[in-house]
Design a protein around this ligand. Structure first.
Ligand SMILES: O=P(O)(O)OC[C@H]1O[C@H](O)[C@H](O)[C@@H](O)[C@@H]1O
Length: 536
Protein backbone atom coordinates (compact mmCIF):
# COMPACT_ATOMS: atom_id res chain seq x y z
CA UNK A 1 0.00 0.00 0.00
CA UNK A 2 1.46 3.38 -1.02
CA UNK A 3 1.08 6.25 1.39
CA UNK A 4 1.08 8.85 -1.39
CA UNK A 5 -2.57 9.82 -1.74
CA UNK A 6 -2.65 9.87 -5.54
CA UNK A 7 -1.25 6.34 -5.67
CA UNK A 8 -3.99 4.80 -3.55
CA UNK A 9 -6.73 2.55 -4.90
CA UNK A 10 -9.34 4.93 -3.44
CA UNK A 11 -7.90 7.80 -5.49
CA UNK A 12 -8.28 5.80 -8.71
CA UNK A 13 -11.84 4.85 -7.78
CA UNK A 14 -12.62 8.51 -7.17
CA UNK A 15 -11.16 9.45 -10.55
CA UNK A 16 -13.44 6.88 -12.17
CA UNK A 17 -16.43 8.07 -10.15
CA UNK A 18 -15.73 11.64 -11.21
CA UNK A 19 -15.40 10.70 -14.89
CA UNK A 20 -18.17 8.17 -15.18
CA UNK A 21 -20.80 9.21 -12.64
CA UNK A 22 -20.33 12.88 -11.95
CA UNK A 23 -19.43 14.41 -15.31
CA UNK A 24 -23.04 15.48 -16.03
CA UNK A 25 -24.10 15.89 -12.44
CA UNK A 26 -26.48 18.76 -11.78
CA UNK A 27 -26.91 19.87 -8.18
CA UNK A 28 -30.42 21.28 -8.58
CA UNK A 29 -31.68 18.18 -10.41
CA UNK A 30 -30.18 15.88 -7.80
CA UNK A 31 -32.70 17.15 -5.23
CA UNK A 32 -35.52 15.85 -7.42
CA UNK A 33 -33.83 12.48 -7.86
CA UNK A 34 -33.00 12.02 -4.18
CA UNK A 35 -35.61 13.32 -1.70
CA UNK A 36 -33.30 12.39 1.18
CA UNK A 37 -30.44 14.51 -0.17
CA UNK A 38 -30.70 17.38 2.32
CA UNK A 39 -30.73 15.02 5.31
CA UNK A 40 -27.91 12.89 3.98
CA UNK A 41 -25.70 15.84 3.16
CA UNK A 42 -26.29 18.13 6.13
CA UNK A 43 -25.56 17.80 9.79
CA UNK A 44 -25.48 19.40 13.17
CA UNK A 45 -22.06 19.76 14.79
CA UNK A 46 -21.21 21.55 18.02
CA UNK A 47 -22.65 25.08 17.89
CA UNK A 48 -23.36 25.06 14.17
CA UNK A 49 -25.36 23.47 11.41
CA UNK A 50 -23.76 22.62 8.07
CA UNK A 51 -25.59 22.17 4.79
CA UNK A 52 -23.36 20.46 2.25
CA UNK A 53 -26.22 19.48 -0.03
CA UNK A 54 -25.64 22.24 -2.59
CA UNK A 55 -22.31 20.70 -3.52
CA UNK A 56 -21.37 18.57 -6.53
CA UNK A 57 -21.40 15.40 -4.50
CA UNK A 58 -23.66 12.45 -3.80
CA UNK A 59 -23.64 10.19 -0.76
CA UNK A 60 -21.60 7.80 -2.95
CA UNK A 61 -18.94 10.52 -3.46
CA UNK A 62 -18.70 10.92 0.29
CA UNK A 63 -18.35 7.16 0.74
CA UNK A 64 -15.47 7.05 -1.71
CA UNK A 65 -13.83 10.08 -0.14
CA UNK A 66 -14.13 8.39 3.26
CA UNK A 67 -12.36 5.36 1.79
CA UNK A 68 -9.58 7.69 0.64
CA UNK A 69 -9.34 9.14 4.14
CA UNK A 70 -9.06 5.64 5.50
CA UNK A 71 -6.36 4.65 3.05
CA UNK A 72 -4.44 7.83 3.86
CA UNK A 73 -4.82 7.05 7.58
CA UNK A 74 -6.41 10.38 8.44
CA UNK A 75 -7.70 9.08 11.77
CA UNK A 76 -4.31 7.59 12.61
CA UNK A 77 -2.68 10.94 11.92
CA UNK A 78 -5.35 12.70 13.97
CA UNK A 79 -4.74 10.33 16.87
CA UNK A 80 -1.02 11.05 16.72
CA UNK A 81 -1.72 14.76 16.98
CA UNK A 82 -3.98 14.18 19.99
CA UNK A 83 -1.36 11.91 21.59
CA UNK A 84 1.23 14.69 21.48
CA UNK A 85 3.52 12.94 18.98
CA UNK A 86 5.97 15.19 17.09
CA UNK A 87 3.93 15.30 13.86
CA UNK A 88 5.57 18.59 12.86
CA UNK A 89 8.48 16.52 11.62
CA UNK A 90 10.65 19.22 10.05
CA UNK A 91 10.75 21.15 13.33
CA UNK A 92 10.46 18.01 15.50
CA UNK A 93 7.55 19.44 17.47
CA UNK A 94 4.28 18.17 18.80
CA UNK A 95 1.14 19.99 17.60
CA UNK A 96 -1.13 20.58 20.57
CA UNK A 97 -3.24 23.71 20.12
CA UNK A 98 -6.18 21.47 21.11
CA UNK A 99 -4.60 21.15 24.59
CA UNK A 100 -4.98 24.90 25.08
CA UNK A 101 -8.75 24.49 25.23
CA UNK A 102 -8.96 21.22 27.11
CA UNK A 103 -10.42 21.64 30.62
CA UNK A 104 -8.22 20.48 33.48
CA UNK A 105 -10.39 17.39 33.94
CA UNK A 106 -10.40 16.50 30.25
CA UNK A 107 -13.86 18.02 29.71
CA UNK A 108 -15.80 16.22 26.99
CA UNK A 109 -12.84 13.90 26.45
CA UNK A 110 -12.44 12.95 30.12
CA UNK A 111 -13.34 9.33 29.40
CA UNK A 112 -11.56 9.16 26.09
CA UNK A 113 -8.04 7.79 25.57
CA UNK A 114 -6.91 11.30 24.56
CA UNK A 115 -7.24 12.11 28.26
CA UNK A 116 -7.15 8.77 30.06
CA UNK A 117 -4.02 7.60 28.20
CA UNK A 118 -2.31 10.99 28.20
CA UNK A 119 1.48 10.72 28.53
CA UNK A 120 3.14 12.38 31.54
CA UNK A 121 4.68 14.95 29.17
CA UNK A 122 1.30 15.97 27.77
CA UNK A 123 -0.24 15.94 31.25
CA UNK A 124 2.52 18.30 32.45
CA UNK A 125 1.83 20.50 29.42
CA UNK A 126 -1.87 20.59 30.35
CA UNK A 127 -0.95 21.72 33.87
CA UNK A 128 1.27 24.44 32.43
CA UNK A 129 -1.56 25.50 30.08
CA UNK A 130 -3.92 26.00 32.99
CA UNK A 131 -1.47 27.79 35.17
CA UNK A 132 -0.64 30.26 32.36
CA UNK A 133 -4.32 30.59 31.48
CA UNK A 134 -5.19 31.49 35.08
CA UNK A 135 -2.37 34.05 35.19
CA UNK A 136 -3.43 35.50 31.86
CA UNK A 137 -7.07 35.79 32.80
CA UNK A 138 -6.14 37.39 36.11
CA UNK A 139 -4.02 39.93 34.27
CA UNK A 140 -6.85 40.53 31.79
CA UNK A 141 -9.26 41.25 34.65
CA UNK A 142 -6.74 43.59 36.28
CA UNK A 143 -6.39 45.54 33.05
CA UNK A 144 -10.16 45.65 32.62
CA UNK A 145 -10.43 47.10 36.11
CA UNK A 146 -8.04 49.97 35.31
CA UNK A 147 -10.19 52.81 34.00
CA UNK A 148 -7.11 54.90 33.20
CA UNK A 149 -6.15 52.36 30.51
CA UNK A 150 -8.29 53.34 27.56
CA UNK A 151 -6.27 51.90 24.65
CA UNK A 152 -4.80 48.47 24.05
CA UNK A 153 -2.28 48.30 21.21
CA UNK A 154 -1.46 44.77 20.05
CA UNK A 155 1.77 44.67 18.06
CA UNK A 156 2.20 41.37 16.20
CA UNK A 157 1.86 39.86 12.74
CA UNK A 158 0.57 36.64 11.15
CA UNK A 159 -0.60 34.25 13.83
CA UNK A 160 0.21 36.79 16.52
CA UNK A 161 -2.23 39.22 14.99
CA UNK A 162 -4.95 37.71 12.82
CA UNK A 163 -6.65 35.41 15.33
CA UNK A 164 -7.02 38.02 18.11
CA UNK A 165 -8.12 40.62 15.56
CA UNK A 166 -10.82 38.34 14.10
CA UNK A 167 -12.14 37.39 17.52
CA UNK A 168 -12.16 40.89 19.01
CA UNK A 169 -14.01 42.18 15.92
CA UNK A 170 -16.42 39.27 15.92
CA UNK A 171 -17.26 39.54 19.60
CA UNK A 172 -17.86 43.30 19.50
CA UNK A 173 -21.14 42.85 21.38
CA UNK A 174 -19.22 41.18 24.24
CA UNK A 175 -16.30 43.63 24.37
CA UNK A 176 -15.83 46.19 27.12
CA UNK A 177 -16.91 49.60 25.83
CA UNK A 178 -14.29 51.25 28.08
CA UNK A 179 -11.31 50.42 25.94
CA UNK A 180 -10.29 50.80 22.34
CA UNK A 181 -8.42 47.93 20.68
CA UNK A 182 -5.80 48.59 18.01
CA UNK A 183 -4.08 45.83 16.05
CA UNK A 184 -0.81 46.92 14.47
CA UNK A 185 0.93 44.45 12.19
CA UNK A 186 2.42 46.12 9.12
CA UNK A 187 5.96 47.44 9.20
CA UNK A 188 4.64 50.35 7.13
CA UNK A 189 5.13 53.16 9.64
CA UNK A 190 1.77 54.56 8.65
CA UNK A 191 -0.06 51.93 10.66
CA UNK A 192 1.70 52.31 14.00
CA UNK A 193 2.22 56.05 13.47
CA UNK A 194 -1.49 56.57 12.96
CA UNK A 195 -2.34 54.71 16.17
CA UNK A 196 0.34 56.52 18.19
CA UNK A 197 -0.98 59.87 17.00
CA UNK A 198 -4.27 59.07 18.72
CA UNK A 199 -3.18 57.59 22.06
CA UNK A 200 -1.37 58.81 25.17
CA UNK A 201 1.34 56.82 26.98
CA UNK A 202 -0.31 57.01 30.40
CA UNK A 203 -3.56 55.48 29.11
CA UNK A 204 -2.13 52.88 26.71
CA UNK A 205 -1.13 49.27 27.23
CA UNK A 206 1.13 47.78 24.55
CA UNK A 207 1.06 44.03 23.97
CA UNK A 208 4.09 42.82 22.05
CA UNK A 209 2.89 39.52 20.59
CA UNK A 210 5.44 37.31 18.90
CA UNK A 211 5.96 33.61 19.32
CA UNK A 212 9.61 33.90 18.30
CA UNK A 213 10.21 37.47 19.47
CA UNK A 214 12.45 37.85 16.43
CA UNK A 215 9.98 38.67 13.64
CA UNK A 216 11.47 41.75 11.98
CA UNK A 217 8.23 43.72 11.51
CA UNK A 218 7.04 43.16 15.07
CA UNK A 219 10.43 43.99 16.55
CA UNK A 220 10.72 47.23 14.60
CA UNK A 221 7.19 48.26 15.56
CA UNK A 222 7.81 47.32 19.20
CA UNK A 223 11.03 49.33 19.33
CA UNK A 224 9.32 52.33 17.73
CA UNK A 225 6.45 52.09 20.22
CA UNK A 226 8.93 51.91 23.07
CA UNK A 227 10.88 54.95 21.81
CA UNK A 228 7.64 56.89 21.35
CA UNK A 229 6.57 55.93 24.87
CA UNK A 230 9.82 57.25 26.38
CA UNK A 231 9.78 60.40 24.22
CA UNK A 232 6.24 61.14 25.37
CA UNK A 233 7.19 61.14 29.04
CA UNK A 234 7.11 57.41 29.83
CA UNK A 235 9.90 56.14 32.02
CA UNK A 236 12.21 53.21 32.52
CA UNK A 237 12.47 54.12 36.19
CA UNK A 238 10.41 51.76 38.30
CA UNK A 239 9.53 54.47 40.83
CA UNK A 240 8.06 56.72 38.11
CA UNK A 241 4.36 57.06 37.36
CA UNK A 242 4.21 55.90 33.78
CA UNK A 243 6.65 53.05 33.30
CA UNK A 244 7.50 50.56 30.61
CA UNK A 245 6.99 47.86 33.24
CA UNK A 246 3.39 48.96 33.66
CA UNK A 247 2.54 49.69 30.04
CA UNK A 248 4.21 46.88 28.05
CA UNK A 249 3.45 43.14 28.19
CA UNK A 250 5.16 40.50 26.04
CA UNK A 251 3.34 37.40 24.75
CA UNK A 252 5.97 34.95 23.57
CA UNK A 253 7.75 31.62 23.82
CA UNK A 254 11.08 33.49 23.86
CA UNK A 255 11.10 34.84 27.39
CA UNK A 256 14.80 35.75 27.29
CA UNK A 257 14.41 37.94 24.19
CA UNK A 258 11.42 39.67 25.77
CA UNK A 259 13.46 40.38 28.90
CA UNK A 260 16.30 41.73 26.76
CA UNK A 261 13.82 44.05 25.06
CA UNK A 262 13.03 45.42 28.50
CA UNK A 263 9.54 44.06 29.11
CA UNK A 264 9.03 42.91 32.66
CA UNK A 265 5.71 41.16 32.34
CA UNK A 266 5.73 38.21 30.00
CA UNK A 267 3.10 35.58 29.37
CA UNK A 268 4.71 32.60 27.77
CA UNK A 269 3.57 29.68 25.70
CA UNK A 270 5.23 26.71 24.08
CA UNK A 271 6.84 25.63 20.82
CA UNK A 272 4.07 23.07 20.29
CA UNK A 273 1.62 25.91 19.62
CA UNK A 274 1.90 26.85 15.95
CA UNK A 275 1.71 30.61 15.33
CA UNK A 276 -1.47 30.34 13.26
CA UNK A 277 -3.04 28.15 15.95
CA UNK A 278 -2.11 30.41 18.86
CA UNK A 279 -5.11 32.62 19.59
CA UNK A 280 -6.07 30.20 22.39
CA UNK A 281 -2.75 30.76 24.18
CA UNK A 282 -1.20 33.87 25.76
CA UNK A 283 -1.51 35.42 22.29
CA UNK A 284 -5.22 35.66 23.18
CA UNK A 285 -4.59 38.26 25.92
CA UNK A 286 -6.17 41.11 23.90
CA UNK A 287 -9.26 38.92 23.49
CA UNK A 288 -9.38 38.22 27.22
CA UNK A 289 -9.03 41.92 28.02
CA UNK A 290 -11.78 42.72 25.53
CA UNK A 291 -14.36 40.12 26.59
CA UNK A 292 -13.24 39.16 30.10
CA UNK A 293 -12.18 35.87 31.67
CA UNK A 294 -15.53 34.16 31.59
CA UNK A 295 -16.21 34.75 27.90
CA UNK A 296 -12.63 33.75 27.04
CA UNK A 297 -13.23 30.45 28.80
CA UNK A 298 -16.46 30.05 26.81
CA UNK A 299 -14.53 30.64 23.57
CA UNK A 300 -12.17 27.84 24.63
CA UNK A 301 -15.13 25.62 25.54
CA UNK A 302 -16.65 26.08 22.06
CA UNK A 303 -13.36 25.04 20.46
CA UNK A 304 -13.05 22.10 22.85
CA UNK A 305 -16.52 20.91 21.84
CA UNK A 306 -15.33 20.86 18.22
CA UNK A 307 -12.13 19.03 19.24
CA UNK A 308 -14.24 16.36 20.95
CA UNK A 309 -16.45 16.10 17.87
CA UNK A 310 -13.40 15.68 15.63
CA UNK A 311 -11.99 12.98 17.90
CA UNK A 312 -15.18 11.02 18.55
CA UNK A 313 -17.70 11.46 15.71
CA UNK A 314 -17.82 8.68 13.11
CA UNK A 315 -16.23 9.64 9.80
CA UNK A 316 -19.53 10.00 7.96
CA UNK A 317 -20.84 12.52 10.54
CA UNK A 318 -17.55 14.17 11.36
CA UNK A 319 -17.82 17.70 10.02
CA UNK A 320 -14.11 18.65 9.80
CA UNK A 321 -13.54 15.37 7.96
CA UNK A 322 -16.45 15.92 5.57
CA UNK A 323 -15.41 19.48 4.77
CA UNK A 324 -11.75 18.55 4.42
CA UNK A 325 -12.63 15.74 2.01
CA UNK A 326 -14.90 18.07 0.06
CA UNK A 327 -11.88 20.35 -0.37
CA UNK A 328 -9.89 17.39 -1.72
CA UNK A 329 -12.74 16.52 -4.11
CA UNK A 330 -12.87 20.01 -5.58
CA UNK A 331 -9.13 20.66 -5.64
CA UNK A 332 -7.90 17.33 -6.94
CA UNK A 333 -10.76 15.85 -8.95
CA UNK A 334 -12.59 18.92 -10.27
CA UNK A 335 -9.38 20.96 -10.42
CA UNK A 336 -10.92 24.05 -8.83
CA UNK A 337 -8.13 26.41 -7.88
CA UNK A 338 -9.87 28.58 -5.34
CA UNK A 339 -12.60 28.73 -2.75
CA UNK A 340 -14.56 31.82 -1.82
CA UNK A 341 -15.43 32.59 1.81
CA UNK A 342 -18.51 34.74 2.23
CA UNK A 343 -19.32 35.43 5.88
CA UNK A 344 -22.67 37.20 6.03
CA UNK A 345 -21.50 39.08 9.09
CA UNK A 346 -19.72 42.37 9.56
CA UNK A 347 -18.17 40.90 12.72
CA UNK A 348 -16.41 38.26 10.61
CA UNK A 349 -14.97 40.79 8.15
CA UNK A 350 -11.40 39.67 8.91
CA UNK A 351 -12.15 35.95 8.88
CA UNK A 352 -10.97 35.45 5.31
CA UNK A 353 -7.57 36.98 6.07
CA UNK A 354 -7.31 34.65 9.06
CA UNK A 355 -8.28 31.62 6.98
CA UNK A 356 -5.82 32.57 4.27
CA UNK A 357 -3.00 32.15 6.76
CA UNK A 358 -4.53 29.07 8.35
CA UNK A 359 -5.11 27.20 5.10
CA UNK A 360 -2.53 28.50 2.68
CA UNK A 361 0.39 28.67 5.11
CA UNK A 362 -0.48 25.21 6.42
CA UNK A 363 -1.14 23.39 3.17
CA UNK A 364 0.54 25.46 0.46
CA UNK A 365 3.27 22.84 0.05
CA UNK A 366 4.60 20.72 -2.80
CA UNK A 367 6.32 17.89 -0.97
CA UNK A 368 4.96 15.44 1.57
CA UNK A 369 6.22 15.22 5.13
CA UNK A 370 8.99 12.88 3.93
CA UNK A 371 10.14 15.40 1.35
CA UNK A 372 8.74 13.43 -1.59
CA UNK A 373 7.33 15.57 -4.44
CA UNK A 374 3.54 15.61 -4.68
CA UNK A 375 2.05 15.43 -8.12
CA UNK A 376 -1.46 16.30 -6.90
CA UNK A 377 -2.45 19.93 -6.31
CA UNK A 378 -2.49 21.15 -2.71
CA UNK A 379 -3.98 24.24 -1.03
CA UNK A 380 -6.55 26.15 -3.05
CA UNK A 381 -6.48 29.95 -3.01
CA UNK A 382 -8.82 31.10 -0.26
CA UNK A 383 -10.37 34.51 -0.75
CA UNK A 384 -13.54 36.45 -0.13
CA UNK A 385 -15.34 39.32 1.53
CA UNK A 386 -18.36 39.60 3.77
CA UNK A 387 -21.82 39.53 2.27
CA UNK A 388 -23.74 41.39 1.18
CA UNK A 389 -20.81 43.59 0.08
CA UNK A 390 -19.36 40.82 -2.08
CA UNK A 391 -22.64 40.58 -4.00
CA UNK A 392 -21.98 44.04 -5.38
CA UNK A 393 -18.46 43.19 -6.41
CA UNK A 394 -17.20 39.72 -7.37
CA UNK A 395 -20.40 37.67 -7.13
CA UNK A 396 -21.04 38.53 -10.77
CA UNK A 397 -18.05 36.38 -11.65
CA UNK A 398 -19.21 33.59 -9.36
CA UNK A 399 -22.54 33.46 -11.20
CA UNK A 400 -21.43 33.96 -14.79
CA UNK A 401 -17.64 33.75 -15.01
CA UNK A 402 -16.03 30.79 -16.74
CA UNK A 403 -14.35 29.48 -13.59
CA UNK A 404 -16.34 27.46 -11.11
CA UNK A 405 -15.49 28.58 -7.57
CA UNK A 406 -17.09 26.82 -4.61
CA UNK A 407 -18.48 29.32 -2.12
CA UNK A 408 -18.77 29.01 1.63
CA UNK A 409 -21.59 30.96 3.23
CA UNK A 410 -21.31 31.58 6.96
CA UNK A 411 -24.36 33.10 8.60
CA UNK A 412 -25.92 33.58 12.02
CA UNK A 413 -29.60 33.18 12.75
CA UNK A 414 -29.52 35.98 15.32
CA UNK A 415 -27.75 39.17 14.44
CA UNK A 416 -25.89 41.86 16.29
CA UNK A 417 -27.52 43.66 19.20
CA UNK A 418 -27.74 46.71 16.96
CA UNK A 419 -30.57 47.15 14.45
CA UNK A 420 -31.79 43.57 14.79
CA UNK A 421 -34.29 44.13 12.01
CA UNK A 422 -31.48 44.10 9.45
CA UNK A 423 -30.60 40.48 10.16
CA UNK A 424 -33.51 39.05 8.22
CA UNK A 425 -32.50 40.92 5.10
CA UNK A 426 -28.89 39.77 5.50
CA UNK A 427 -29.91 36.13 5.85
CA UNK A 428 -32.35 36.18 2.96
CA UNK A 429 -29.56 37.47 0.77
CA UNK A 430 -27.20 34.69 1.82
CA UNK A 431 -29.76 31.97 1.13
CA UNK A 432 -30.80 33.56 -2.16
CA UNK A 433 -27.21 33.72 -3.37
CA UNK A 434 -26.65 30.03 -2.60
CA UNK A 435 -29.87 29.22 -4.43
CA UNK A 436 -28.97 31.40 -7.41
CA UNK A 437 -25.55 29.81 -7.73
CA UNK A 438 -27.19 26.41 -7.85
CA UNK A 439 -30.22 27.05 -10.05
CA UNK A 440 -28.79 29.73 -12.32
CA UNK A 441 -31.04 31.28 -14.91
CA UNK A 442 -31.30 28.85 -17.74
CA UNK A 443 -34.46 30.10 -19.42
CA UNK A 444 -32.66 33.18 -20.69
CA UNK A 445 -30.26 33.37 -23.57
CA UNK A 446 -27.05 35.27 -24.16
CA UNK A 447 -26.12 37.90 -21.56
CA UNK A 448 -28.71 36.97 -18.96
CA UNK A 449 -27.94 33.28 -19.00
CA UNK A 450 -26.53 32.00 -15.69
CA UNK A 451 -25.34 28.39 -15.91
CA UNK A 452 -26.07 27.49 -12.30
CA UNK A 453 -24.78 24.20 -10.91
CA UNK A 454 -22.24 26.21 -8.93
CA UNK A 455 -21.48 24.59 -5.58
CA UNK A 456 -21.75 26.11 -2.15
CA UNK A 457 -21.66 25.08 1.49
CA UNK A 458 -23.77 26.84 4.12
CA UNK A 459 -22.61 27.07 7.74
CA UNK A 460 -25.26 28.39 10.10
CA UNK A 461 -24.55 29.50 13.65
CA UNK A 462 -27.24 30.48 16.12
CA UNK A 463 -25.39 33.67 16.88
CA UNK A 464 -21.87 35.03 16.84
CA UNK A 465 -21.10 34.35 20.50
CA UNK A 466 -17.88 33.15 22.15
CA UNK A 467 -18.81 29.45 22.10
CA UNK A 468 -19.95 29.38 18.46
CA UNK A 469 -16.94 31.36 17.31
CA UNK A 470 -14.58 29.00 19.15
CA UNK A 471 -16.26 26.03 17.50
CA UNK A 472 -16.19 27.66 14.05
CA UNK A 473 -12.47 28.43 14.20
CA UNK A 474 -11.61 24.96 15.54
CA UNK A 475 -13.70 23.47 12.74
CA UNK A 476 -11.48 25.21 10.19
CA UNK A 477 -8.30 24.15 12.02
CA UNK A 478 -9.29 20.50 11.89
CA UNK A 479 -10.53 20.70 8.31
CA UNK A 480 -7.09 22.01 7.29
CA UNK A 481 -5.58 19.12 9.24
CA UNK A 482 -7.71 16.62 7.31
CA UNK A 483 -6.73 17.92 3.85
CA UNK A 484 -3.08 18.08 4.93
CA UNK A 485 -3.32 14.50 6.22
CA UNK A 486 -4.75 13.21 2.92
CA UNK A 487 -1.98 14.96 0.99
CA UNK A 488 0.50 13.60 3.53
CA UNK A 489 2.10 16.98 4.08
CA UNK A 490 3.39 18.64 7.22
CA UNK A 491 0.77 21.35 7.77
CA UNK A 492 2.72 22.91 10.61
CA UNK A 493 5.88 24.41 9.13
CA UNK A 494 6.31 27.34 6.70
CA UNK A 495 9.70 27.24 5.01
CA UNK A 496 8.50 29.39 2.12
CA UNK A 497 7.88 32.26 4.51
CA UNK A 498 11.36 31.75 5.97
CA UNK A 499 12.92 32.24 2.50
CA UNK A 500 11.42 35.75 2.22
CA UNK A 501 12.66 36.65 5.69
CA UNK A 502 16.14 35.37 4.86
CA UNK A 503 16.36 37.38 1.62
CA UNK A 504 15.11 40.57 3.30
CA UNK A 505 17.94 40.25 5.83
CA UNK A 506 20.42 39.59 3.03
CA UNK A 507 19.31 42.69 1.09
CA UNK A 508 19.61 44.84 4.20
CA UNK A 509 23.20 43.64 4.66
CA UNK A 510 24.02 44.21 1.00
CA UNK A 511 22.56 47.69 1.15
CA UNK A 512 24.89 48.49 4.04
CA UNK A 513 27.95 47.08 2.27
CA UNK A 514 26.98 48.12 -1.28
CA UNK A 515 27.82 44.61 -2.50
CA UNK A 516 25.37 43.50 -5.24
CA UNK A 517 27.58 40.71 -6.58
CA UNK A 518 25.60 37.59 -7.62
CA UNK A 519 22.28 39.40 -7.18
CA UNK A 520 19.99 39.25 -10.23
CA UNK A 521 19.81 42.42 -12.32
CA UNK A 522 16.18 43.18 -11.52
CA UNK A 523 16.58 42.92 -7.74
CA UNK A 524 19.85 44.87 -7.72
CA UNK A 525 18.32 47.49 -10.06
CA UNK A 526 15.30 47.98 -7.81
CA UNK A 527 17.51 48.28 -4.74
CA UNK A 528 19.70 50.89 -6.45
CA UNK A 529 16.62 52.89 -7.38
CA UNK A 530 15.37 52.70 -3.79
CA UNK A 531 18.66 53.94 -2.43
CA UNK A 532 19.27 56.62 -5.08
CA UNK A 533 18.81 60.08 -3.65
CA UNK A 534 17.73 61.45 -7.03
CA UNK A 535 14.94 58.95 -7.78
CA UNK A 536 13.13 60.29 -10.86
O1 LIG B 1 4.69 35.19 16.28
P1 LIG B 1 5.89 35.42 15.47
O2 LIG B 1 7.05 34.55 15.86
O3 LIG B 1 6.29 36.87 15.46
O4 LIG B 1 5.56 35.01 14.01
C1 LIG B 1 4.59 35.70 13.25
C2 LIG B 1 4.38 35.00 11.93
O5 LIG B 1 5.64 34.94 11.30
C3 LIG B 1 5.69 34.31 10.03
O6 LIG B 1 4.99 35.04 9.11
C4 LIG B 1 5.13 32.92 10.10
O7 LIG B 1 5.02 32.41 8.80
C5 LIG B 1 3.76 32.93 10.76
O8 LIG B 1 3.32 31.61 10.90
C6 LIG B 1 3.84 33.59 12.10
O9 LIG B 1 2.57 33.61 12.67
Amino acid sequence: MSDLCHETAAWRTLERHYREEMADFDIAESFAVDPGRLDALSQQAPHLFADLSKNSITPRTEELLAALAQECDVTGRRDKMFAGEPINTSEKRAVMHWLLRMPRDGGLLREHAVFTAMTPTVRAALDAVHSTLDTMLELAEQVRARPEITDIVNIGIGGSHLGPEVVVNALADWCTPDKCFHFVSNVDGHELGHVLSRVRPESTLFLVASKSFTTAETMLNAHSARSWFLEQGGSLDKGAECTIADHFVALTTNVEAAAAFGVERTLDFWDWVGGRYSLWSAIGLPIAIAVGAQHFRTLLAGAHAMDAHFVTAPMERNLPVRLGLLDIWYRNFHGYGSRCIAPYSHGLRRLTAYLQQLEMESNGKQVDSNGRPLTSATSAVVWGEPGTNGQHAFFQMLHQGRDVIPVEFIAMRNGSKYLGGHQHSLLINAVAQAQALMTGRRDECSEKFCPGNRPSTFLLLKQLDPASLGALIALYEHRVFVTGAVWGINSFDQWGVELGKHLARDLAERQASGDWKDVDASTAGLMRRLIAADLP
